[in-house]
Design a protein around this ligand. Structure first.
Ligand SMILES: [Zn+2]
Length: 279
């Protein structure tokens, strides 16, 4: 068994076949957590999860790219969309958090890669920080893990440092730093604080050498696997629409990098995810 701890079958990329995609995953004994990125996709994640118990769960949150209106291009994928400016409506999110299939808050965090061109970067970063802090406080109030999105500005690890500062400020460390792309030192600092690190199909890319070193260095007990579907398809599906069932390729690569069996990676990461999300 495996758990894809971060995917978006709630997104429009699956509007015509989400049931099939979920069934394909469950048929292979792969559970999944659909992650909301704004109120509409959070509501949809909760609705979908209600039809598949046990096996499909939801997290609800507001992604930093949805705080402003801008054009977004997802790298490696033929995906372009226009984000709407959205406020973090805590009362609406609380309604979703009262549903038993909602197991986390996120994705929330800092994105310094996609910044709107019509505003001052410092102003946008301040806005992202404020919403992120409100998300962490909500996670604290509901005793749920927070799924942290972090995307630094090109060629740096800046947003990871800022995430750490914010977590220290609030003092809440129950959660996961998803789609990890920071340094090894930062990963160790997150782990020391009690957070988990999760990896996507990027680890299957040959040129992801720094990431390979990080996977090798971190304890298997602190790692989770995810797809971030529809984005970031692993090898050999790179460039195509991703699916939760492909999380097995992430687990396979982690087993290879760490020199342990696939079954061990499956068992340990699944236990870690079940404990974090209480599923
Ligand atoms: Zn995501």
């Amino acid at each position: 068994m495996l758990i894809d701890t971060h995917c978006h079958v709630n997104f429009s990329a699956y509007k015509d076949d989400y049931e099939q995609v979920i069934q394909n995953s469950l048929n292979e004994n792969i559970w999944l957590i659909n992650i909301g990125s704004q109120l509409s996709t959070s509501i949809r994640a909760v609705e979908i999860a209600s039809k598949y118990q046990p096996g499909v769960y939801a997290a609800v949150g507001l992604h930093p790219i949805h705080l402003n209106e801008m054009e977004v291009d997802e790298f490696e994928q033929d995906i372009h969309f226009k984000s709407r400016a959205e406020q973090f409506n805590i009362d609406e999110y609380k309604k979703l958090l009262n549903q038993p299939q909602t197991v986390g808050i996120g994705e929330m965090g800092l994105d310094y890669f996609h910044l709107p061109s019509d505003k001052k970067p410092e102003e946008v970063k301040e806005q992202q920080k404020e919403v992120f802090i409100n998300g962490i406080r909500l996670a604290q109030e509901y005793n749920k893990p927070i799924i942290i999105h972090t995307r630094p500005s090109k060629g740096t690890f800046d947003a990871y440092d800022d995430v750490m500062i914010i977590l220290d400020q609030v003092g809440y460390y129950n959660g996961v730093v998803h789609c990890y792309g920071g340094s090894l030192q930062q990963a160790q600092q997150f782990i020391e604080r009690g957070l988990l690190i999760s990896f996507t199909g990027i680890v299957t890319f040959k040129n992801a050498r720094d990431l390979h070193q990080i996977v090798k260095a971190l304890p298997l007990e602190k790692i989770m696997v995810e797809t971030d579907a529809p984005y970031l398809s692993p090898e050999p599906f790179r460039g195509q629409r991703n699916e939760p069932k492909y999380v097995k390729y992430v687990a396979e690569k982690i087993a290879e990098l760490k020199g342990v069996s696939y079954n061990q990676v499956a068992e340990v990461t699944t236990n870690t995810a079940r404990n974090l999300f209480k599923i």
